[in-house]
Design a protein around this ligand. Structure first.
Ligand code: TMP
Length: 242
């Protein structure tokens, strides 16, 4: 299949930052990373040149590293500057957030200063539903909403904590402090009993602070209008490639 053919194909799903397309293999999809940035549930929106390219490259590096550490993911292979091939999954309607340091909605909700180190990581769940504003839920809600059984919630939490330890160490080598992040999991189309890490891991979905200066190197630059947004993403990619 050539590039022109790809571009004429209708997406089967379009999200705020990515599109999904079918391929000849019914169990493999093409995931295209878009140049758009959104915040506050899509209220703030802008396109940034190269954003898709940076986020695809960053996700690829991180997913390959996680696979090497034994984390099962939806990644099949790299494709081109803005596309990855991924296994078809049914995304669990859960946003799994891990926090090492207080920031963002935790700081706002709890009145705790951003930058306050936690004694142990916090794992929290949101129910993935834009119309409801992705409400904060626990594993009992997840069970009753049919989002995840108790067993699945426990598995997802344990896996998220393992991913956190691996990511923390990986980012630290790039002089980046992993403050918090959001991940999603999916059930394989070929075997729904298997839950794998799906979706992106990028500065859109992580808070990353420079170890020396505490400078924000993530989407908070866009959310908070700090400037230097794509410069920060370019710098994160550059450090991860070293
Ligand atoms: P929060 O502090 O706003 O709850 O965000 C926690 C982490 O989750 C942060 O790294 C950003 C990420 N995140 C997303 O990836 N998508 C979202 O829709 C939200 C609200 C946060």
């Amino acid at each position: 299949m050539n590039h022109a053919a790809h571009n004429t194909m209708e997406p089967i799903y379009e999200g705020k930052a990515k599109r999904l397309y079918t391929t000849e293999d019914p169990n493999v999809l093409r995931m295209e990373y878009k140049d758009s940035a959104t915040a506050f549930n899509g209220e703030k929106k802008e396109d940034f040149e190269n954003k898709g390219r940076f986020n695809k490259a960053i996700t690829l590096i991180i997913y390959k590293m996680l696979e090497e550490k034994g984390v099962k993911t939806h990644l099949v292979s790299d494709m081109d500057d803005i596309n990855l091939l991924v296994r078809k999954v049914s995304i669990m309607p859960l946003e799994v957030i891990v926090r090492n340091v207080a920031a963002g909605s935790f700081s706002k909700r709890m009145g705790v200063a951003e930058g306050t180190q936690f004694t142990k990581p916090i794992v929290e769940f949101s129910y993935k539903d834009d119309a409801l504003g992705d409400p904060f839920i626990n594993d009992d809600y997840a069970r009753e909403m049919g989002a995840a059984s108790e067993e699945d919630s426990a598995y997802v939490k344990k896996t998220a904590l393992l991913i956190n330890e691996t990511l923390k160490e990986f980012f630290l080598k790039a002089n980046l402090r992993l403050i918090d992040f959001k991940i999603e999991f999916g059930r394989l189309a070929t075997d729904p009993t298997q839950i794998v890490l799906a979706d992106e891991i990028t500065p859109d979905t992580c808070r990353l602070w420079d170890v020396e200066t505490n400078e924000k190197m993530d989407k908070d630059r866009f959310r908070r209008g700090l400037g230097g947004f794509m410069e920060a993403y370019a710098e994160v990619l550059n450090r991860l490639q070293k």
